[in-house]
Design a protein around this ligand. Structure first.
Ligand code: SF4
Ligand code: SF4
Length: 307
């Protein structure tokens, strides 16, 4: 593809976070993309799941002023009599996002924007000085970054050419042709293993784990000198059992590029966002693990890794 076409290549970006210390070594800029083919029931970023930009409504901020009702060109918004807030008729809404711009209280929010590679690179380069002083770089996360492989590969390629350290957070639930595109430009691949049992994986995540485990083995067998860090979201009663953790560690121990296995304890930070999107959070009664339980499970995995 000619260079100027690469610069105008676009993707759907959820948000860009600066100076993160949780998504890889050093200070990092994290590019969150929109769209994911999986439906993990514990997902803490439901606003990243859909592939297109979408609206959220924070009823707690709404004063019922009616500005959005007047502004909507599709007459999709009403304030029913006696109601403290608005109702959006999704069958009439054309996703123009005028209401978001007009709301004086910030009660309506747009999740996701189309950005070109050039625009993203401008944002990434603003933090260049931090990367070089802290050993940090760029991490592309999601959603599932591999759902936008051309866009991601071009950003990683340009970062690599500028000497910026590159990482991606992925489920590897993607066609191999998409994965192949990004590998030449990648320093670290963070991959989630959600469950080793194919049936339970499908039940909790919406797809079998065969593609993921097969792709992980294939990545490990490539010539590229990237590091693999496996992450296991620790969901109480779902995948935190001895058996599942043992099987995951056994599988990962055969990977030559494996640098570490990390447990990511379940949390409930995305619960409000489900409400803002008008969606039900199906795990609303599930409590996060205690500190003691987290320590015990981490020690268990560390012990298995040493065996
Ligand atoms: S996004 Fe546009 S069409 Fe939809 S409710 Fe808002 S103003 Fe109306
Ligand atoms: S403009 Fe904002 S505050 Fe006013 S009714 Fe609409 S959502 Fe509520």
């Amino acid at each position: 593809m000619p260079m100027d076409q690469n610069r105008t290549l676009t993707g759907t970006v959820l948000r860009i976070e600066r100076t993160s210390i949780h998504d890889g070594q050093g200070l990092r800029t994290v590019l969150f993309l929109k769209g994911c083919p999986l439906e993990c029931r514990w997902c803490s970023t439901p606003e990243s799941q859909g592939f297109q930009p979408e609206k959220g409504y924070m009823s707690e901020r709404c004063t019922g002023c009616g500005t959005c009702v007047q502004a909507c060109p599709s007459q999709a918004i009403t304030i029913p009599q006696g109601s403290p807030g608005i109702i959006i008729d999704q069958t009439k809404c054309k996703d123009c996002f005028v209401c978001v711009d007009k709301c004086p209280k910030g009660a309506l929010k747009k999740y996701g924007n189309t950005m070109s590679v050039e625009q993203v690179m401008k944002e990434i380069c603003k933090d260049e000085i931090f990367y070089f002083h802290s050993g940090g770089g760029i991490t592309i996360s999601g959603g599932e970054p591999l759902s936008q492989p051309g866009f991601v590969a071009e950003i990683l390629r340009q970062c690599r050419s500028l000497g910026i350290h590159t990482a991606i957070e992925t489920s590897l639930y993607a066609p191999w042709e998409s994965i192949e595109k990004i590998l030449p430009w990648l320093d670290v691949l963070y991959v989630d293993i959600k469950h080793m049992d194919g049936g339970l994986h499908k039940q909790w995540v919406g797809a079998d784990n065969e593609t993921i485990l097969c792709n992980l083995g294939k990545v490990d067998g490539t010539k590229y000198p990237l590091e693999i860090i496996v992450r296991i979201p620790m969901i109480p009663g779902v995948n935190d059992t001895d058996t599942n953790l043992m099987q995951a560690v056994q599988f990962c121990s055969s990977l030559k590029k494996l640098k570490d296995i990390e447990l990511l304890p379940y949390h409930r930070l995305g619960t409000d966002t489900y409400r803002h999107l008008g969606r039900e959070y199906s795990l609303k009664d599930l409590l996060p693990p205690s500190r003691d339980r987290i320590s015990e499970r981490k020690e268990y995995v560390a012990k298995l890794l040493k065996e």
